[in-house]
Design a protein around this ligand. Structure first.
Ligand code: NAD
Length: 473
């Protein structure tokens, strides 16, 4: 099947894709669906092996979690792409202003060409194959660079992709930051990056040298605002689920909780109960993911140590148990009164640690959020709709879920992305299709056009026509 060997150097692979994309600018529906179908078949046929590879990379990461958070989300997105493609590919008619009639205007949707995708390790299938599927559906060629921190998964993805795609259609480049850096310097037609804010800056700088437009899906500190009107027990289960899914290694996990002052003890009880319900044990529990590496675990442990040293109250909220199973299964904790300016309150946590900060008024909570970089996600819990509306109107975030956590990412009708330091550009659903599409405006002139009324030499006729037009506008 493979005509261009995927083992070629990056630049040669890029050149092959680039040449192919310029030789075949028009990519018909059947070919797009065929590419999507091959990717879908690959995922279906090897779902178990892919989930096992993710498990091997994490140490502990349940295949069910991969099934739900990686594969289900991917399948849902790809099914929508397959169904909606005929409509999304069609030229879009637009109304023509009076002064240009009887000309007509439409927008022609075309592939961009070659799309680069750089992915992270935390949901290593969804966050790589997801954007790749949208780019293929939009008629592009795709080069994918998955994370070096999930070596089993990335190697399997590469092998499977190269079995069913020619490397000038879709190929996978393996390697660490050095390969990633070289990758981000390629003059793609679009570069789609998911990862940390600090690396996102480097990717944006590398892409800028080629004037390559980027989408940056980054991280940050997503607040979870608990309103006085909320049912604390219900909220605690949903917050614990959002926080502890994949042991907190989720870009849109609630990073910290803003809680009405005086509710701390009740929240602590409710959260501990919620954790016990979701994860009756931590060590050895196959449902509770391990932290991806010793380095990441050490960083999280240091965040907790520094918070304690700074006077915070750290509460281990997992049920008591014996010896640890995987040494990287970190016990969940709450942190009350973390020092402002501590690393815990400045850095994205990306682990099972949940700072809890009391607030006195909604305005105070809003000010706290707005003094910080704009978050990727924001959560609100309560029944007071007016309070919710006020908070949403006064804060800007990449996305929002009301009375739950994480779920906006699963709604294919909602664009997903960040804002400010949590990224730019969005995808999923039609937004994803358009992300990788050139929307080319086309004006078709009529032989009855009146444009010549505006040609020089400018004289009385020009003045009369302009006078008339001014009255219309
Ligand atoms: P990371 O930034 O360390 O790495 C992401 C990718 O970038 C990897 O493939 C890596 O090889 C590559 N890379 C490393 N150095 C590079 C360089 N100099 N130039 C180009 N590429 C380089 O991120 P990570 O640790 O894999 O993932 C965790 C981060 O990703 C968190 O901050 C999380 O919030 C964020 N994230 C965001 C989303 C989202 O959709 N917004 C989703 C998942 C994760």
């Amino acid at each position: 099947m493979t005509q261009i060997p995927p083992t070629l150097p990056l630049r040669a692979l890029f050149d092959a894709q680039h040449n192919a994309s310029r030789a075949q600018v028009e990519v018909p529906l059947a070919l797009r669906r065929d590419r999507l179908g091959r990717l879908r078949a690959l995922i279906d046929a090897h779902a178990a092996a892919l989930a096992e590879a993710v498990q091997a990379d994490f140490g502990v990461r349940s295949p069910q979690l991969t099934e739900a958070a990686d594969l289900f989300v991917l399948r849902a997105g790809m099914a929508q792409l397959h169904d909606k493609l005929p409509r999304w590919m069609k030229p879009q008619r637009v109304a023509t202003p009076l002064y240009l009639l009887p000309a007509s205007g439409h927008i022609q949707r075309q592939p961009l060409g070659v799309v680069g995708v750089i992915g992270p390790w935390n949901y290593p299938l969804q966050l790589t194959f997801g954007p790749a599927a949208a780019a293929l559906a939009a008629g592009n060629r795709v080069m994918l660079k998955p994370s070096e921190l999930t070596p089993h998964t990335s190697a399997l993805m590469a092998r499977l992709v190269h079995e069913v795609f020619s490397a000038d259609e879709f190929c996978v480049a393996l390697g660490g930051p050095d390969v990633a850096q070289e990758f981000s310097k390629l003059p793609f037609d679009h570069l789609f990056f998911t990862g940390s804010t600090s690396v996102g800056r480097q990717v944006a700088a590398a892409a800028a040298a080629n004037l390559t437009p980027t989408t940056l899906e980054l991280g940050g500190k997503s607040p979870c605002v608990v309103d006085a009107s909320c049912d604390l027990n219900d909220a605690a289960v949903k917050i614990a689920h959002g926080k502890l899914l994949n042991a907190g290694q989720t870009c849109i996990a609630p990073d910290y909780v803003l809680l009405p002052r005086g509710r701390e003890a009740a929240f602590e009880r409710a959260y501990a109960q919620a954790v016990a319900r979701l994860f009756p044990t931590v060590s050895g529990n196959p449902d509770y993911a391990a932290i991806v590496s010793e380095r990441h675990l050490a960083r999280l442990a240091a965040l907790l140590d520094e918070a304690r040293a700074g006077g915070a109250r750290v509460v281990d909220v997992a049920p008591p148990e014996g010896e640890a199973g995987s040494t990287r299964q970190m016990r969940p904790s709450l942190v009350f009164d973390p020092a402002p300016g501590s690393r815990l309150m400045d850095e994205e946590i990306f682990g099972p640690i949940l700072p809890v900060l009391p607030y006195d008024t909604l305005d105070g909570a809003v000010a706290f959020i707005n003094q910080r970089p704009r978050p990727l996600a924001l959560y609100w819990f309560g029944s007071d709709r007016a309070a919710c509306d006020r908070l949403l109107a006064r804060t800007v975030s990449g996305g929002v879920t009301v009375n739950d956590t994480l779920m906006h990412v699963a709604h294919e009708g909602l664009p997903f992305g960040g804002v400010g330091e949590s990224g730019w550009g969005s995808y999923h659903g039609e937004a994803g299709f358009l992300r990788f599409t050139q929307q080319k405006p086309v004006l078709v002139q009529s032989r009855w056009a009146m444009g010549q009324l505006f040609y020089p030499p400018y004289g009385a006729r020009f003045q009369r026509v302009m006078g008339l037009l001014k009255r219309w506008l």
